[in-house]
Design a protein around this ligand. Structure first.
Ligand code: AMP
Ligand code: ZN
Length: 113
């Protein structure tokens, strides 16, 4: 997808701190971390919303959810972690390529307000 920041990061056209990559996903450090450990897991197919996801993309997202716990020691998730997918304006989605935030490294409040 032209002009998509995360498509450009996946292609290596914009630099990132890569933590993991395979045929389904690209995982890298968030540039503005909201927790001591903050990564983004990006499916390699471009779509914005879960409501727009096709079957192939759903398989990719499933692969992401299977892989993240397998990377616990690499990403430092042993004490727990939070996964967040912002969808649309009210959630504050700013990059319109679906991504899973992986947050860890501290005790987190439960207060999205
Ligand atoms: P969201 O607001 O859910 O769309 O999340 C977008 C995330 O992308 C934010 O947490 C940003 O800090 C992060 N971000 C924006 N630009 C970059 C970049 N060049 N490299 C890494 N993370 C980025
Ligand atoms: Zn994209």
């Amino acid at each position: 997808m032209e002009n998509c920041l995360f498509c450009k990061i996946i292609k290596g056209e914009i630099p990132s701190t890569k933590m993991y990559e395979d045929e389904n996903m690209y995982i890298f450090k968030d540039i503005d971390p909201k927790a001591p450990k903050h990564y983004l897991c990006v499916p390699k197919s471009h779509f914005k919303l879960l409501s727009e996801m096709n079957d192939t993309q759903a398989e990719m997202l499933k692969a992401c959810f299977k892989k993240i716990p397998e990377l616990a020691s690499i990403l430092g998730l042993e004490n727990g972690y939070r996964l967040v997918i912002n969808q649309g304006d009210d959630a504050g989605q700013t990059v319109f390529h679906l991504h899973i935030h992986i947050l860890a490294g501290k005790k987190m409040d439960w207060n999205p307000a």
